[in-house]
Ligand binder design. Structure first.
Ligand code: ADP
Length: 689
């Protein structure tokens, strides 16, 4: 489009020319015109292209920072154009002379100062239509450009800080993202380097965490920086920001290092949280002498964000460590409690088998046995916590009839139900409900819900259990007429250690673990569990849903839980460094008519095994010197070793320990304190089965 937009040649080709001002009124008009130009910062110019004479108005001279009247040509004008814009201006003016529109914005150098101008022009012709040159205006738009630039900069700064905050908030590896983020900040601020140092815990040194703009070799040289050395070391020592400008112009020991990188402007912020020094963050520029206040403000904001993110990370780490220590403590506590419980339980069994607890002591003996069972359950729950937390629960899947599991769970809890005076009804679907599941764990799920129902229901109350089919799902619901659960607690009762207010009354204490375990086990089976209640005093209902197995098939042989048969073993060796546990166990075994020996450590155990030739060995795992795993390996290596049944009897019952005992050649794994029933099952176990 080679049309001059603003130019419309008059009819007959008469060129426009300035109106001659000869009258007083004309002088007034001329003065007004000059003032208008000054106020609007708009000057005019005329270029006679034939003579190369450029005429400027006073305002034009002012805008270009030249002495009024100084003769101008097209070349003198081009010389004032900013070197980076000169080609563009020349190109556009040449195009304008060929008829293109001339309306451009460019920079000029006016008296050493960079200014922005807008230029607009039209062409002028003589009466014959021959080109005379151009007439145009120059508008000083430096202020508008500065405002536009500031606005754009602010928008970009806000975007950058918002993005930085979001990234740091969700980062789990803050130190990792600092590298990337600071590189972005560096390019936004037109910097050439950045350094992020972290303070050594409890020390007086900084370690380089991330940097950009220097070589790897140079970075390796400043991996460690003592407090007080270089700018960053001083910032770390004094915890105060340092801003340095014109670095090459001043001799200062602190800036020697950054000067060696060619840095001219440098700003280093301390990273702190609650008065604690985390590290430092600094940015440097090589091609300019200083930073603006706005740039320093951005660096400060980024430093604050990085400090907050690092402090959060640190806090999370502390919490995780404390949580892990608590888990370790609970597991150790449970394990340590199992050791003293073992002889107590065996002792009570011995007394009972030998004809009761003695005259007048029957009731107290029963109470003690019940309470020991209760402690054993609590300890087992504690052990389960660490397994839940570390995700160590694994399932032994088989095809299981859920109805049978429910029946067995009710049978197992019958004593408790009777003792609490609670009536139980069981509704079954009349068909087997096969699921792919771990029989023991599913029994634990139903058992926990049933025990809770009894625990939280007054004597005379009712518990209704239903095992039904619902589409492709098997559901087990356990409803009670007990204390109920407030609505706001319903989703939380499944959280670990969660307990509803004690004032609602609890028949028996618990640890708040049972339901967490239920939810975890049900989820492992691909199902879900829900708690329902109309509120306090209105009873509760727990509904478990499990996916039905694809095809119904008869239960596997192990489903029946083979009853204990006559003991196969006659000679038994107990190896345990805990003398009370070992002796009480051997007494219990002798009460059952078995020939028993005791060894206090692994080495003695191996000797006695060879001398005594037992069919069965109960072997503790954690023993000083030779541990149970090594002892088992040595026993197996003896001539008689392959034929004997070796049972791990230990406080550790986790899947990982069980896997280790299997691998070490143990036949069975029992957790302390073993019940009489457990021992009975072991005695009926033979190497052949
Ligand atoms: P515990 O019973 O050992 O406290 P659980 O994890 O089994 O721990 O249960 C968590 C909490 O849920 C209990 O403390 C109790 O407040 C509430 N709860 C569980 N089952 C019932 C129920 N059947 N009726 C009323 N409240 C229940």
């Amino acid at each position: 489009m080679n049309k001059i937009v603003d130019y419309c040649p008059p009819a007959g080709g008469v060129a426009q020319a300035p109106i001659p001002l000869r009258t007083e009124q004309g002088a007034q008009l001329s003065e007004n015109f000059a003032r208008a130009q000054q106020l609007g910062q708009i000057g005019w110019w005329r270029l006679d292209t034939r003579r190369n004479v450029l005429t400027w108005s006073d305002e034009n001279y002012r805008i270009f920072g030249k002495r009024p009247g100084e003769p101008q040509t097209y070349q003198t004008f081009l010389e004032t154009v900013h070197p980076e814009d000169r080609d563009l201006v020349h190109e556009r003016w040449s195009a304008a002379l060929r008829g293109a529109n001339y309306d451009i914005e460019h920079r000029i150098l006016a008296g050493g100062e960079v200014k922005w101008v807008r230029e607009k022009a039209i062409l002028e012709f003589d009466p014959d239509g021959a080109l005379l040159g151009g007439f145009g205006i120059t508008q000083d738009i430096t202020e508008r450009k500065a405002v536009e630039h500031a606005l754009k900069w602010n928008v970009r700064r806000n975007e950058l800080l918002t993005k930085t905050a979001a990234r740091l908030l969700e980062a789990s590896d803050v130190q990792g993202v600092v590298d990337e983020l600071c590189s972005e900040v560096m390019s936004f601020l037109e910097c050439d380097v950045f350094f992020n140092f972290l303070a050594e815990e409890g020390g007086q040194r900084l370690r380089l965490n991330a940097c950009a703009g220097i070589s790897e070799a140079a970075a390796a040289e400043i991996e460690w920086l003592d407090f007080g050395v270089a700018v960053c070391g001083c910032v770390a020592r004094d915890r105060e920001r340092i801003i340095v400008r014109d670095i090459s112009c001043h001799e200062d020991e602190r800036t020697t290092l950054i000067r060696s990188y060619g840095i001219e402007a440098y700003c280093c912020h301390p990273l702190t949280s609650q008065g604690r020094l985390i590290g430092t963050l600094s940015f440097g520029a090589k091609s300019r002498p200083s930073f603006t206040a706005e740039e320093v403000e951005v660096m400060q904001a980024v430093s604050n964000l990085v400090s907050m993110a690092m402090a959060r990370l640190k806090m999370e780490q502390v919490l995780r460590d404390a949580d892990r220590r608590k888990d370790v403590f609970l597991a150790t506590l449970a394990h340590e409690l199992r050791n003293p419980l073992a002889p107590i339980r065996s002792g009570l069994e011995i007394l009972r088998i030998r004809g009761g607890y003695g005259p007048g002591a029957q009731r107290i003996g029963d109470i003690m046995a019940r309470q020991v069972d209760h402690i054993v359950r609590l300890v087992d729950d504690l052990m389960e916590v660490s397994r839940i937390r570390s995700g160590k629960i694994t399932l032994r899947l088989e095809r299981v009839d859920l109805t049978a599991v429910v029946r067995q769970a009710v049978e197992a809890s019958q004593q408790l139900l009777d003792a609490n005076g609670v009536t139980v009804t069981v509704a079954e679907s009349g068909e087997p409900l096969f699921v792919e599941g771990d029989r023991v764990r599913l029994a634990q799920v139903v058992g926990n819900l049933l025990n809770n129902a009894v625990k939280y229901t007054e004597a005379g109350g009712r518990v209704d259990i239903a095992a039904l089919r619902s589409g492709d799902w098997a559901t087990v619901s356990v409803s009670d007429t007990g204390v109920g659960i407030p609505k706001d607690m319903l989703p939380r009762v499944f959280d670990l250690f969660a307990q509803v207010d004690r004032s609602l009354g609890r028949a028996q204490g618990g640890l708040g673990i049972g339901l967490a375990l239920v939810r975890n086990l049900v989820a492992l089976h691909g199902g879900d569990v829900e708690a329902q209640s109309e509120g306090p005093g209105r009873g509760s209902r727990f509904v478990v849903r499990l996916p039905l197995a694809q095809q119904a098939a008869p239960e596997s042989a192990s489903a029946s839980g083979a009853p204990a048969t006559e003991p196969r073993a006659r000679r038994v060796l107990v190896i345990d460094d805990n003398a009370d546990a070992a002796v009480s166990m051997s007494m219990l075994l002798e009460t059952m008519g078995l020939d028993t020996r005791v060894a206090g450590d692994g080495a003695r155990g191996v000797e006695m095994f060879e001398e005594f030739g037992p069919e069965l060995v109960f072997l503790d795992l954690g023993m000083p010197g030779m541990d149970g795993f090594e002892t088992a390996r040595r026993l197996r290596a003896t001539p008689h070793g392959q034929a004997a049944t070796i049972v791990a009897l230990t406080g550790w019952g986790g899947e990982d320990t069980r896997a280790r005992t299997r691998e070490a050649g143990f036949d069975l794994h029992l957790t302390k304190p073993a019940s009489l029933e457990d021992v009975g099952k072991v005695l009926s176990f033979g190497r052949a089965c």
